[in-house]
Design a protein around this ligand. Structure first.
Ligand code: ADP
Length: 412
């Protein structure tokens, strides 16, 4: 074969070098070469990472990479070679890093490419002079090796940044785990403390009752009745604490099953209000209740919904000294039920608002002895139930002004 070839373009004749001629062969067949390479990558047993990918994602940037290799091989457009063409190798390594290839698999891809290209050029190479063959083979090897080196470089960079991200995530997870363990320990010591106080009372009053019975065995003295009442009150507190703790833990385990049925919300609201009316009256508070439209019939788990509303209203009563408590249920746009419970009570600071739905969290009150009934689980239960019913809960509050809890639940 002559060192120069003749080509025809727009009726003109011009000469091209052997490498230019081989490049033209490659460029003319780029689609077929791409196909062959993708097929070889998919079928190659040593490139297992390709098994989980679609051929489109394996191919993705391949035509551009091949075009760049061919251009560099021809030695044309040297300036471009140093920039965007060179970057094609980098892009390949980057893509394969994201696709979770390992470095041997990338090397194997380039090995397969060499095989395909030399096979494709075989007839032209056989017709070339020995010097031309040596030059073409050496250049093509060199170009592909260079692309492979660029791929390795960007692959390593990407993997390093993935590792850094992972490291960062692990640090965050670790911090979260430490926080959870600490919370758990806090909850446990809180629970133990909360159980210890009423238990001490129960034992103390029972002891007193027994001793009084031994000294003066009368059945129904006023004193004894008072002691029994104390034992009952403290016993109930422990029972509530244990029940609420069990309930919270069953939510976290995801073992709660909903029982949806058609519920008249206005009636449900009335029954909650009736059960809490005496507590409102004892404190001399005003209670305003509203429900629209009437009747408001929806499909939901009535027991859970009742629990949400009554926990919020119980708190509103508990943390309000004077003023009004308002409870409204309303069907709103987009088929949602909106429940608003507001009070003119002591309010909650912005800092405490962030932890208010955490189990066992209680706001430290300046006159802590005035509000002792709570155990810090009411709102945690509300939050879990709202989540269970696919809804959202929001709190707006201002110290000394009052609090408004808004729950929005999908009706369907
Ligand atoms: P608790 O049984 O202590 O009331 P909750 O989980 O129901 O537990 O509430 C957690 C804390 O949030 C309470 O201890 C109280 O400090 C605060 N809180 C809840 N509701 C209100 C409210 N309506 N107004 C002011 N503070 C509230």
């Amino acid at each position: 074969m002559n060192n120069k070839k003749v080509s025809i373009s727009n009726q003109k004749y011009y000469l091209m070098s052997n490498k230019e001629y081989l490049t033209q062969k490659l460029i003319n067949n780029i689609e077929e070469i791409t196909e062959n390479w993708i097929e070889a990558i998919i079928e190659d047993k040593l490139i297992a990472s390709s098994n989980k990918l679609k051929s489109a994602s394996i191919e993705d940037h391949i035509p551009q990479l091949l075009a760049a290799i061919f251009r560099v091989f021809a030695g044309i457009d040297k300036l471009k070679t140093n920039n965007s063409d060179k970057n094609q190798g980098g892009k390949h390594g980057f893509a394969r890093a994201i696709q979770d290839f390992n470095i041997e698999e990338i090397a194997r891809e380039y090995y397969l490419l060499k095989k395909i290209l030399f096979q494709r050029l075989q007839p032209e190479l056989l017709a070339s002079s020995p010097l031309e063959i040596i030059d073409a083979v050496a250049t093509l090897n060199q170009v592909i090796d260079k692309m492979m080196a660029n791929s390795f470089q960007s692959y390593t960079q990407k993997k390093l940044s993935q590792l850094e991200n992972l490291h960062h995530q692990l640090l965050l997870t670790n911090q979260e785990l430490i926080r959870l363990i600490e919370d758990h320990q806090d909850s446990l010591s809180y629970l133990t403390h909360e159980i210890k106080t009423p238990l001490t009372s129960i034992i103390g009053y029972s002891d007193l009752f027994l001793r009084q019975q031994q000294i003066k065995p009368v059945n129904n003295t006023i004193n004894n009745l008072g002691h029994i009442e104390q034992v009952l009150t403290q016993g109930r507190k422990i029972l509530r604490l244990v029940n609420d703790t069990l309930e919270i833990s069953s939510y976290s385990k995801g073992t709660i099953k909903l029982t949806p049925r058609s519920v008249n919300i206005c009636k449900l609201l009335d029954s909650v209000v009736v059960s809490l009316k005496s507590a409102v009256e004892v404190k001399g508070l005003d209670l305003v209740v509203g429900c629209t439209p009437e009747p408001l019939q929806i499909q939901t788990d009535s027991l859970r919904l009742q629990q949400i509303i009554s926990n919020l209203v119980i708190n509103a009563i508990r943390y309000t000294k004077t003023g009004t408590i308002k409870v409204f249920c309303e069907q709103i746009k987009g088929n949602y039920l909106k429940i608003v419970v507001s009070d003119t009570g002591i309010g909650i600071s912005q800092v405490d608002c962030q932890r208010i739905f955490d189990p066992y969290f209680r706001v430290a009150q300046p006159d802590s002895c005035t509000i002792t009934e709570g155990i810090g689980l009411g709102l945690a239960i509300v939050a879990q139930l709202v989540q269970l019913l696919d809804g959202e809960i929001q709190l707006e509050s201002e110290i000394g002004v009052g609090s408004t809890f808004t729950v929005v639940l999908p009706i369907a």
